[in-house]
Design a protein around this ligand. Structure first.
Ligand code: TRP
Length: 493
């Protein structure tokens, strides 16, 4: 009953197919590039702890709500709100999601471009040839500041996205994800084994798992929450769109749980693969956006068949980036085809072009435009900060409020329980989406945006004064932080 019917939509091939496609959106550069570097900049264990809490208390309920809104309306994010609450301004939430999506895609394609470039560099054997940490870091910094190359690689990546999305997402991606994601998983396990057996890797484990609650600052909480939103693809309607292809027998809450667990495990595994190696090889965990690209080549160079594994790894990471980026593009395309009645190819080309052009200043912000700063951040850092830590959380609050308070309790309950009438934890979920999630997100958001920091936050933040907007500038291997001393002692076996 909860379906408003109307547009006939295809559904996913199977429940597993849906979970893998949603996990394919969630699992991407966010897990393997972003998670380790944000964790490294934000105190390791403290970040990990808060991030896990955010996933469960905020991510899980909002993921369920997005899927329910999608399935209940059968529409793209803008159309969904229009269908469920006609004549109100709620569709603006979907529209804000589109804008957020363009900005995310613009910088996401840049990092995906780095990944493609590292794939090429693996084929030519360059990645496994760096003699030490400095050489590897320097090669990365030189590469990203080379404006033109970066723009070309991200253009190639954008083209790949366009090819997939213009043909329709489901058949191809569903099939590919089933083979490629498990392979990625196996490779990460190999990396973990190598990384943990490096001399000096133990310091990395301590950084990750040794309880140190004193490092929990407002900054850490903001970043952990932003990372949870970003990594789960929440807050801008990707999961509304994917939910619109879910059939009525599927249990939404269970699926949300599986997606969250898959996504969290890949992040944690990526952390385990990288962080011990960071310490063992004498990098700083706070090296910023380049962390993954600094460290992995060195790990590969210490593995048998390193060149081969490096090729496979960067290939799979490119695919993981692709399955995530197409979910971003798909949101804009489904909006343009449903609401503006554009043809799919036209929608794909125009939307991808907008995101690509938007990304050019971000790409150049590592090189020729590195001097241009807004709120102290370059274009890339600014896009990343504003989307993950501001726009996605705002989208999340609005989605939670809509599902919990506006949509109608009976309609929400019918949609969530569809396919699972005796859901045990419904009441718990309901109060999480009504109260816990929106209040938690709003509190963090408001506190972080207040110009005057509270006294407490100031005391807590004194390690990094004046840095609500902190993202390391790439190129700087920062040696100031309060990292465990062993970080400073390179011990490359
Ligand atoms: N979640 C993806 C990742 O971790 C990135 C992504 C895809 C995303 N779609 C999104 C982030 C929507 C925010 C919103 O790599």
């Amino acid at each position: 009953m909860a379906s408003s019917g109307g547009i006939h939509r295809e559904t996913w091939g199977s429940k597993t197919g849906f979970i893998l496609a949603a996990a394919g959106s969630a699992i991407g550069l966010g897990n393997i590039w972003r998670f380790p570097y944000i964790l490294g900049e934000n105190g390791g264990f403290a970040f990990l702890l808060i991030w896990i809490i955010c996933n469960i208390l905020i991510g899980l309920p909002i993921l369920g709500a997005e899927l329910a809104i999608g399935r209940g309306s059968n529409r793209n994010p803008v159309g969904a709100f229009k269908a469920l609450m006609p004549g109100t301004a709620w569709w603006l939430v979907g529209f804000m999601g589109l804008i957020t999506g363009v900005i995310i895609l613009s910088f996401y394609s840049i990092v995906a471009g780095w990944t493609l470039a590292y794939l090429v560099k693996s084929v030519t054997g360059v990645t496994v040839s760096y003699p030490d940490a400095e050489a590897s870091a320097l090669a990365f910094e030189n590469f990203v500041s080379s404006g033109g190359q970066i723009v070309i690689y991200s253009f190639v990546f954008t083209l790949l996205c366009m090819i997939v999305v213009s043909q329709g997402v489901k058949s191809g991606i569903e099939k590919w994800s089933k083979i490629l994601m498990p392979t990625l998983f196996i490779l990460i396990i190999i990396l973990i084994v190598r990384s943990l057996t490096l001399k000096g890797g133990g310091a990395g484990l301590a950084f990750l798992f040794k309880p140190d609650f004193s490092k929990i600052t407002l900054q850490v909480i903001v970043m952990a929450m932003g990372q949870a939103f970003f990594s789960l693809s929440l807050g801008m309607g990707v999961m509304i769109t994917y939910g619109s292809y879910v059939d009525r027998k599927t249990n939404i809450i269970n699926s949300a749980g599986s997606i969250m667990l898959l996504n969290m495990s890949i992040s944690i595994l990526a952390g385990l693969a990288l962080i011990p190696a960071v310490f063992a090889m004498g990098f700083q965990p706070s090296s910023g956006v380049g962390l993954t690209f600094h460290v992995l080549p060195l790990v590969f160079s210490k593995l048998p068949f390193g060149t081969f594994l490096s090729i496979i790894f960067f290939f799979l990471l490119s695919i993981a980036a692709l399955t995530s980026a197409i979910s971003l593009l798909e949101v804009m395309v489904s909006y343009a085809t449903d609401e503006l009645r554009w043809s799919r190819p036209r929608a794909t080309v125009i939307m991808a072009a907008i995101a690509f052009l938007f990304g050019v200043p971000a790409a150049l912000s590592f090189g020729v435009w590195s001097e241009i700063k807004i709120f102290g951040l370059g274009f890339f850092d600014l896009s990343e900060y504003i989307t993950a830590n501001v726009l996605l959380p705002i989208g999340g609050i609005l989605i939670a409020l809509f599902a919990g308070w506006v949509w109608g309790r009976a309609r929400l309950e019918a949609e969530i329980k569809e396919g699972n009438p005796d859901l045990k934890f419904y009441k718990v979920w309901l109060w999480m989406i009504r109260i816990v999630a929106p209040v938690a997100v709003a509190t963090v958001l408001v506190t972080s945006l207040l110009p005057e920091k509270t006294e407490e936050a100031q005391v807590e933040n004194n390690a990094q004064p004046d840095t609500v907007l902190v993202t390391e500038t790439p190129g700087v291997i920062d040696s100031s932080g309060d990292q465990p001393t062993s970080a400073a002692e390179p011990s490359t076996e």
